[in-house]
Design a protein around this ligand. Structure first.
Ligand SMILES: C[S@@+](CC[C@H](N)C(=O)[O-])C[C@H]1O[C@@H](n2cnc3c(N)ncnc32)[C@H](O)[C@@H]1O
Length: 273
């Protein structure tokens, strides 16, 4: 991993997109699509509870990957649009929508370009798990969210807790990276085993950013949304990361944490009427 100065946005965007194009077919095999097609509810219980009923509501799913969560929201009764910048992922989402007989619209666009290619407004903006680290500009991200929300509508996110990204990824719980944001990306080069299927080794160069709790909250507040809650979780009822194991108390968490730590956060914020 190296710190590169002055990486143009196009370089990071195109590098990351090539990576996501490459791993989408791997994820189609590894995510458990069959279980979803057989009728599993799929979305984590905490997300279902914190988002609440969606029946009849329009929902825009940002960074939707190949649309599994998007289609799970269709099954819950929402009218869903999914957006992602990977053409391979969007093609796969459209295929899956047909296969599952769950109609949804999928749009291929960089998140920052989306206001130029999509005209509608939505009751709910949703995004989850493994999303913020790919974003170069969180203020602009929040302005995209505010742009697409109807008055009275809300934004919901669950993602890895910013503290999690400070530790090494070998499971040793050693501090490795700064907690704080810096404008230049972390550039990951060389071999990286896939998080869902470690037998797939990617050699793509990827570009990621660290965002703190205050960066996230201030971006959302700065876009004019009213914060309804910000929650932190040390364990969850569903293993949203493949490394999560049962904690013996009915939840899933990461093994060998030296002390209980926040591993996930959720946030809901509303656009005023
Ligand atoms: C970890 S995945 C999200 C996964 C989702 N929680 C799931 O499990 O299906 C991150 C997604 O962000 C998308 N992405 C990354 N940067 C993006 C950008 N600038 N614009 C749009 N999508 C982006 C990737 O293509 C990828 O599908």
């Amino acid at each position: 991993m190296t710190d590169l100065e002055n990486v143009p946005y196009e370089q990071s965007r195109d590098g990351n997109r090539a990576f996501w194009d490459e791993v989408t077919p791997v994820h189609l095999q590894a995510y458990g699509v069959e279980r979803f097609l057989e009728g599993e509810r799929w979305l984590p219980t905490t997300i279902l509870e914190e988002v609440g009923p969606v029946k009849g509501l329009s929902l825009l799913h940002l960074q939707c990957h190949f649309g599994l969560d998007s289609l799970a929201w269709v099954r819950e009764g929402a009218e869903v649009t999914g957006a992602d910048f990977s053409p391979i992922a969007i093609d796969a989402a459209r295929e899956l929508s047909k296969k599952a007989d769950l109609p949804a619209r999928f749009i291929c666009s960089d998140i920052y370009e989306l206001p130029h290619v999509l005209e509608d407004k939505f009751d709910i903006l949703f995004t989850s798990i493994g999303v913020l680290c790919w974003l170069k500009d969180l203020r602009k991200w929040a302005s995209v969210i505010a742009h697409f929300l109807k008055p009275g509508g809300f934004f919901y996110i669950m993602d890895g807790h910013p503290l999690l990204y400070t530790f090494d990824d070998e499971g040793n719980w050693k501090f490795m990276l700064s907690y704080f944001h810096k404008p230049e990306p972390y550039v990951w080069e060389g071999e990286h085993p896939d998080y869902m299927d470690p037998s797939h080794i990617s050699y793509a160069t990827t570009y990621e950013w660290q965002w703190t709790v205050s960066d996230i909250i201030n971006a959302v507040l700065g876009a004019g949304l009213r914060l309804e809650f910000f929650n932190e979780f040390g364990a969850l009822s569903d293993p949203v990361y493949p490394e999560m194991k049962p904690d013996g108390k009915g939840l899933y968490t990461f093994p060998n944490m030296p002390v209980p730590l926040p591993i996930l956060f959720s946030l809901r914020a509303r656009k005023e009427d």
